[in-house]
Ligand binder design. Structure first.
Ligand SMILES: Nc1ncnc2c1ncn2[C@@H]1O[C@H](COP(=O)(O)OP(=O)(O)O)[C@@H](O)[C@H]1O
Ligand SMILES: [Mg+2]
Length: 319
């Protein structure tokens, strides 16, 4: 990862920047499409993204680490200006956590941030799983994996449940996918970040049993389950975004439901549950109101206890 690229773009002095490239091999060439974006604009955009990230509920450790990476990149840029030695950053990451704990959401933020910082040329997220990488005959896997790497160039290749690549042992094609990924990381180290995501224990086993991966993924982030208070905060965010409000009874019902659900399932302290619950309540409100010919603004805004409550024979939330 060539964090110092930012400087090469921002000086506006291409010759000077290019001489530096030749001399140190540290500065990556400016990314296509990013030419001429003033440094001030980039810096402001990066700050805005960090602000948005900060507004996510919880995830303190994740926020701090991203803050550190951002600061490091900025200081590398200033050091380069002073002709001090700069070091490339290795930014491949492992995300440990249960489903619905914010892993994909955070990966998307990181992509956007690194684009503004000039670390990635595009900053998009390509999310894949085992079936997108592993093929059916010899050679097919390497080809499929290379294709995904190609799609992710300039951004983040996010591999969900990455441990499943090692599931079948040495004879399994998953091994071929891992080898092709490692090759892709080496070939495109200036402009691709890999994120391996999955349940903590499985990921620890996966990384430990693949020494080639351990050294290449220096950043490990933990995504803990949310507690009920945090899930309610997440619900409030969803509601605000969609312009809905809860009555006092609905809020109470939401808390009771979340408490019940988090006790019931092992991995239910997650935000997807909340989203599904709120989206279902929104549909129920729609059904409740659609019959009357005109609804008050306040009715259109409000979700009631009945909209939230699961009721008898309610469907599962698909988490
Ligand atoms: N900390 C958070 N604050 C607000 N919303 C969140 C938070 N974490 C997750 N979400 C929301 O929950 C949903 C599931 O999150 P996601 O990132 O897909 O989880 P994962 O990838 O770990 O399964 C998304 O809609 C996301 O916007
Ligand atoms: Mg995900």
């Amino acid at each position: 990862m060539k964090i110092t690229m930012w400087h090469a773009q921002s000086t506006g002095n291409r010759n000077q920047a290019q001489r530096r490239v030749a001399r140190t091999q540290v500065v990556a060439l400016p990314a296509a499409g990013d030419k001429g974006v003033p440094e001030e604009v980039r810096r402001k955009a990066a700050q805005e993204i960090l602000g948005e990230l900060d507004r996510l509920v919880g995830l303190q450790e994740v926020k701090e680490l991203i803050g550190e990476i951002h600061a490091f990149a900025e200081i590398q840029r200033r050091r380069l200006k002073e002709n001090l030695i700069t070091r490339p950053l290795v930014l491949h990451m492992v995300f440990n956590g249960n489903p619905g704990t914010g892993k994909t959401t955070v990966a998307r933020f990181i992509g956007r941030l690194f684009k503004e910082m000039g670390t990635l040329s595009k900053g998009h997220l390509v999310e894949v799983e085992r079936a997108d990488l592993v093929g059916e005959y010899i050679g097919h896997t390497a080809q499929k994996t290379r294709e995904q790497v190609r799609r992710a160039l300039g951004g983040i290749l996010f591999i969900d449940e990455a441990y499943s690549l090692a599931r079948g042992g040495d004879k399994d094609f998953g091994k071929e996918a891992i080898d092709a990924l490692v090759k892709g990381m080496e070939d495109h180290r200036d402009n691709l970040i890999l994120v391996l995501a999955g349940y903590r224990e499985e990921m620890e086993w996966f990384i430990e049993s693949n020494p080639g991966l351990r050294s290449r993924f220096p950043i490990h982030l933990s995504f803990p389950d949310y507690n009920v208070g945090q899930l309610i905060e997440i619900a409030e965010l969803f509601l605000k975004e969609r312009q809905y409000e809860l009555t006092a009874g609905a809020r109470e019902e939401l808390r009771l439901t979340l408490e019940r659900e988090t006790r019931k399932h092992e991995h239910s302290g997650n935000a997807r549950l909340v989203r599904n619950l709120i989206e279902r309540a929104i549909r129920r409100q729609a059904v409740r109101l659609v019959g009357s010919t005109n609804s008050h603004r306040s009715e259109l805004l409000t979700l009631t206890r009945e909209d939230i409550s699961r009721g008898s024979g309610g469907r599962d939330w698909g988490v």
